[in-house]
Write a protein that binds this ligand. Structure first.
Ligand code: PL4
Length: 404
């Protein structure tokens, strides 16, 4: 019989977010909603957008679909992405550097995080911020990186703690030489956003140690402090040690539309001198057939003047939710960070088990959250509150939490 990929046995049995959905279903079955407002289960758990796509961007999507229905405007595969969109991303987010030939359009950041692993192979050391978005860890183990093929579980990975003690920024002296380092800012789950000085130190450390940074900027459009960089390419020296993944999911509400991009600079080389950009082009050409043309039409609309205004409006809305959650937690004397330049609030429950706090909030408030330990060992005793939700739901959830 065919044998199973041994790496599959090494990943944790349940991915974090389906596990939360399972516990929510189990709770709802045991304690059904009765129809009154108080009994409704509200989610501040998964970071999933809830608000409609705003009119100008929506019109771009609709027109993109319409063009497919006419012989003159029909289009088929777009492979590495519409040149017009690549140029626009380069101009809007990077002032032309990286250029369009370094921008690859994708069907979302998560999908590219998975595919990027193919470039480096099983012998590569992997380092992650602890806590971090579980896809970096599970994806690495799944592909056999970090020795995932030879270890049980996650022993091959290097966890760099990001805690209150170090201002949620890792000790870079612990970054292994020649490793792949996943770094997310604004961070999921802590909401911490790295300063220019911190990112300069990160780039310096990566260059000295021959490490490659995979910079996840999926929440960049939530940054309101103009001193905080939105991209790793705002930092001198990043072009020969970093790749950036990004997304329209959380800025334009495209979680269900699926559109993102990855920037791979031409200067980026492997130890043997080969071009990472050329290999990425080859990998994408082989196992990816491009993002939807409709989604790309929406992306183009999102990046013109009216679209960028809508991105600001939508992200302002979710940041308003974040403010409400943060204020509620502060009033209760619960220490928390994030929520100012990010849609996540990271709340500390010292000495408590994260899943236990998750259950308590679910049982007492009928509010779903995300247990910090699901993001890594340093997340234990923390809860992540997501600011994605309708305003009335967030207000209702905050009211219940305040009475807890
Ligand atoms: C639940 C740091 C959310 N099923 O939509 P994409 O693929 O462009 O972006 C996904 C993504 C990429 N990078 C970071 C992210 O936080 C996310 C989305 N994370 C969350 O609650 O942590 C949604 C999770 C979804 C998933 O597994 O991604």
């Amino acid at each position: 019989m065919i044998t199973r990929n041994p790496c599959i046995a090494n990943i944790k049995s349940g991915y974090l977010f389906p596990e939360i959905a399972r516990r929510r279903r189990e709770f709802a079955a045991a304690h059904p909603e009765t129809g009154d407002a108080e009994s409704r289960i509200i989610s501040l758990g998964v970071g999933n957008t809830t608000e409609p796509i705003l009119p100008h961007i929506d019109k771009g999507l609709v027109e993109g679909a319409r063009r497919l229905g006419a012989a003159k405007t029909y289009s088929g595969y777009s492979d590495e992405g519409l040149l017009e969109l690549r140029e626009k991303i380069s101009a809007v987010f990077y002032r032309g550097q990286p250029g369009a030939d370094e921008v690859f359009i994708s069907d979302g950041a998560k999908c590219d995080i998975g595919r990027l692993q193919l470039l480096f192979g099983a012998h590569t050391q992997v380092a992650v911020q602890d806590p971090s978005y579980p896809v970096y860890v599970d994806g690495s183990v799944l592909i056999g990186a970090a020795g995932g093929w030879q270890y049980e579980g996650y022993r091959g990975l290097n966890y760099l703690p990001c805690t209150g003690e170090n201002g949620y920024f890792p000790d870079l002296s612990k970054l292994p030489a020649n490793s792949l380092f996943y770094f997310c800012s604004p961070n999921n789950p802590t909401g911490a956003t790295a300063s220019r000085e911190q990112l300069a130190a990160l780039v310096k450390a990566a260059r000295e140690k021959g490490a490659l940074i995979i910079f996840d900027a999926a929440y960049g459009e939530y940054i309101r402090d103009p001193a905080l960089p939105k991209s790793i390419f705002d930092i001198d020296g990043a072009r020969d040690c970093a790749i950036e993944v990004n997304s329209f999911s959380k800025s334009a509400g495209f979680t269900g539309v699926r559109l993102g991009w990855t920037v791979v600079p031409k200067e980026l080389k492997y130890a043997g001198g080969e071009s990472v950009n050329a290999d990425w082009n080859r990998v994408c050409g082989t196992i990816f057939n491009g993002a939807s043309n409709i989604a790309q039409a929406g992306g183009l609309a999102a990046l013109d003047e009216a679209g960028l205004k809508e991105i600001r409006e939508l992200t302002d809305f979710y940041l308003g939710n974040a403010r409400l959650i943060r204020e509620t937690l502060h009033q209760l004397g619960i220490s928390c960070v994030g929520g100012d330049n990010s849609p996540y609030i990271w709340a500390h429950f010292p000495g408590r088990d994260s899943w236990e706090v998750f259950s308590e909030i679910l049982e007492k408030c009928r509010v779903v959250t995300t247990p910090g330990s699901g993001f890594g060992p340093a997340g234990e005793s923390f809860i992540r509150f997501s600011a994605f939700g309708h305003r009335a739901d967030v207000e209702e959830a905050c009211g219940r939490i305040a009475r807890m």
